[in-house]
Ligand binder design. Structure first.
Ligand SMILES: O=C(O)CCC(=O)C(=O)O
Ligand SMILES: [Fe+2]
Length: 198
């Protein structure tokens, strides 16, 4: 994917092209493990990610001497398929919520943080849960991350894989899903909750 960058920024463009391809490859490799864990065909899960869009975010969180008054990123769930997060430095800040408690996810050299997004939660019929997370600023040091969001769907539709039994989420056109997800994010709600079949 070219990200529509001007040709003149050749080195950045090349680096981003390469990074984008490597993240697609990593996603494919991860789906192989997930497919075997879920008991579905490798190609089925891999196919939901292959050829789909990616978006990238470059975050920088400056040091902040009033961490009690400021938040880096407010608590949220990622809305797409998988998120591949690279820590550029060793500054902590990312936290994940489990059973109502926040846990730090400190950077490990050479490791990615992989987040399940809401679409993967739907695809796996709720077997994998999208994790709520936030970023707190550090008092002393700035923090940089590169975050790749991998999209996924089944033939243009966001829905549970039929292999995973009776669907517990309604099927929705991918374009409608993305619109609804952005709307919900702005309202501070979760679009995926409205797709749940009670
Ligand atoms: O920068 C981070 O550690 C988290 C970024 C994030 O959660 C996001 O971009 O959705
Ligand atoms: Fe996030």
């Amino acid at each position: 994917m070219s990200f529509g960058l001007p040709i003149r920024q050749i080195s950045f463009r090349d680096a981003l092209d390469k990074y984008s391809m490597e993240m697609s490859n990593l996603t494919s490799r991860l789906t192989v493990f997930m497919a075997s864990d879920l008991g579905v065909e490798q190609e089925t899960l891999m196919g939901t990610f292959q050829g789909k869009t990616q978006s990238v975010a470059f975050h920088y969180y400056p040091p902040c001497h009033h961490p009690d008054k400021v938040i880096g990123i407010t608590p949220h769930h990622d809305g797409l398929g998988l998120t591949l997060l690279l820590h550029v430095d060793d500054t902590p800040g990312l936290q994940v919520r489990k059973n109502g408690r926040w846990y730090p996810l400190n950077p490990l050299p050479g490791a990615f943080v992989i987040n399940v997004g809401d679409i993967l939660q739907i695809l796996t019929n709720g077997t994998y849960k999208s994790a709520e997370h936030r970023v707190l600023p550090d008092v002393e040091k700035g923090r940089a991350t590169v975050v790749m969001f991998q999209n996924a769907c089944v033939a243009g539709i966001v829905k549970p894989l039929p292999e995973l039994g009776e669907a517990t989420y309604k099927a929705i056109d991918h374009v409608e899903y993305v619109k609804g997800n952005f709307r919900a994010l702005a309202e501070g709600t979760r679009f995926v909750d409205g797709l749940k079949i009670m």
